[in-house]
Design a protein around this ligand. Structure first.
Ligand code: PMP
Length: 392
C-alpha cells in the first residue's frame, strides 16, 4: 500500500552486494589499510562519551604527541580529512584582516591561500616553482616584506614530491612575531619532524597516508604561542564544528569536564588509534628509515629505466611520494589506466601545477616495502612497453 506513495523506486544498485576489489594503492593516498586497522574500525560502536571511547581519545592524543614530537596540551584529532584540519588551523588562527603569508610551491599552498581569503584575511603569497623548496632566506625576505601574523608552509608537497626543510623556520618566524603553521599530511611518519624543537606552532596531518587508517580523522596540535593567539581572538572562529575551544574541551585538553560537541566518528578513532599504535611499535626512527630506504630504491629503479625524476635534488625528495616525469611519447592516463587494469595497482598522475607532467608513486606506512618497489617498477616497465603512443 505504502509503496504507492513513493515516487522514487528502490535503487536497484543498492540491492546488489557492495563491490570492493582488492587493489594495491601506490598513489599519493589513501594507502592500503592493514587487517589490524580494518578490524579496529569494524568493532562494535560505543557511545561517543563512554569512558572507553574517551580513553581511546586519550591514547590518540598520546600517539599524536609522539608522532609530532610535542608536549602540547592542545593536541587532538579533527573529525574530518586533511582539508578539515587545514581549515581548523586557519579558521582558528586567523581573523578578518589578519595578515598571513602562504608559501606556495604546489597545490597545498594554493588551497591554504584560498581558504584564508575566504576568511577575509590579508593574504600574501611567497612563490617557488613546483619541484623547488623555500630557503630560510626566501622566508625571511617574505617575513620582512609582509610582516604576517602566520606563515603557512607544506612539509611534504604531495603534488610535486618535494620535502620542505623546516630547520630554523620556527625561530625565524618567532623573531619576526609570526606563527609557523605546517601541513604534514603527506609526510608525517615518513620524514623527520620535531614540532617542539623546530618551534612549529600549528601542525596537522591526516589518517590515510603513513598511518594507514581510513580517511576521515586528522591529527592536529597547537603550541602555547598558538593557543595564546586563540585566546586573544576578538571574534569567534567562523566554524562551530571546528572551534578549537569546543574541541579542546571535548578532547579533555582544557582541564574542564568534557561536554558534548559533536558525535565523533568513533570507528575512525579506533582505526586511527591502531595506526598510531603501529607507528609507536615500529618507532619513528625506523619508520623514517624505512621510507627513506624504499624511496631511494624506487628512485634508483626509475633512473635505471631511463626515466627522469621531477625533483632533481636528492635531499629535497619526499620519501613518501615520488614524482617522475611522464616520458616522451606517453600519455600519463594510459600508464595509470594500464597499471590499474593489468596490475590491480593505483599510481596517480600530477595534481595542480604538475598535471600532465608527472606520475606520482606513493609508498606509505605498510605500503613502503621493497616488495612494492619491485612490483611498481615491474608494472611500469610493462606499461612502457605497451603504452607508447605509437602502439596505441
Ligand atoms: N595536504 C597535503 C600535503 C596532502 O597531501 C593532502 C591530501 N592529498 C591534503 C593536505 C588534504 O588531505 P585530504 O585529502 O585528506 O583532505
Amino acid at each position: 500500500m505504502a509503496s504507492r506513495l513513493l515516487s522514487v523506486a528502490r535503487p536497484e544498485e543498492l540491492l546488489r552486494p557492495l563491490a570492493v576489489p582488492d587493489r594495491l594503492l601506490l598513489g599519493p593516498g589513501p594507502s592500503n589499510v592493514p587487517p589490524r586497522i580494518q578490524a579496529a574500525g569494524g568493532r562494535q560502536l560505543l557511545g561517543h562519551m563512554h569512558p572507553e571511547v574517551l580513553q581511546v581519545m586519550d591514547e590518540i592524543k598520546a600517539g599524536i604527541r609522539y608522532a609530532f614530537q610535542t608536549q602540547n596540551r592542545l593536541t587532538l584529532a579533527i573529525s574530518g580529512s586533511g582539508h578539515c584540519a587545514m581549515e581548523a588551523a586557519l579558521f582558528n588562527l586567523l581573523e578578518q584582516g589578519d595578515t598571513v603569508l602562504v608559501a606556495i610551491n604546489g597545490i597545498w599552498g594554493q588551497r591554504a591561500a584560498e581558504i584564508a581569503r575566504r576568511l577575509g584575511a590579508n593574504v600574501y603569497e611567497l612563490l617557488k616553482p613546483p619541484g623547488k623548496y623555500f630557503t630560510p632566506q626566501d622566508i625571511e625576505q617574505g617575513l620582512l616584506q609582509h610582516k604576517p601574523l602566520v606563515l603557512f608552509i607544506t612539509h611534504g608537497e604531495s603534488s610535486t614530491g618535494v620535502l620542505q626543510p623546516l630547520e630554523g623556520l620556527g625561530k625565524l618566524c618567532h623573531r619576526h612575531g609570526c606563527l609557523l603553521l605546517v601541513d604534514a599530511v603527506a609526510s608525517l611518519g615518513g620524514a623527520p619532524i620535531f614540532m617542539d624543537q623546530q618551534e612549529i606552532d600549528v601542525l596537522y596531518s591526516g589518517s590515510q597516508k603513513v598511518l594507514n587508517a581510513p580517511p576521515g580523522s586528522a591529527p592536529i596540535s597547537f603550541s602555547e604561542r598558538a593557543r595564546e593567539k586563540l585566546l586573544r581572538r576578538k571574534t569567534k572562529p567562523p566554524s562551530f564544528y571546528l572551534d578549537m575551544g569546543w574541541l579542546a574541551n571535548y578532547w579533555g585538553c582544557d582541564g574542564e569536564p568534557r561536554r558534548y560537541h559533536h558525535t565523533a566518528p568513533i570507528n575512525s578513532f579506533f582505526s586511527l588509534r591502531e595506526g598510531l599504535a603501529i607507528l609507536a611499535e615500529l618507532g619513528l626512527e625506523s619508520s623514517w628509515e624505512r621510507h627513506r630506504a624504499n624511496c631511494t630504491q624506487l628512485c634508483q629503479g626509475l633512473l635505471d629505466m631511463g626515466l627522469q625524476l621531477f625533483v632533481e635534488e636528492e635531499k629535497a625528495r619526499l620519501p613518501t611520494i615520488t614524482t617522475v616525469r611522464v616520458p616522451e611519447g606517453y600519455d600519463w592516463k594510459d600508464i595509470t589506466a594500464f597499471l590499474m587494469d593489468n596490475h590491480g595497482m593505483e599510481i596517480a598522475g600530477g595534481l595542480g601545477p604538475t598535471v600532465g607532467k608527472v606520475l606520482r608513486i606513493g609508498l606509505m606506512g605498510c605500503n613502503s616495502t621493497s616488495g612494492n618497489v619491485a612490483r611498481v617498477l615491474g608494472a611500469l616497465q610493462d606499461a612502457l612497453k605497451r603504452c607508447h603512443r605509437s602502439r596505441l
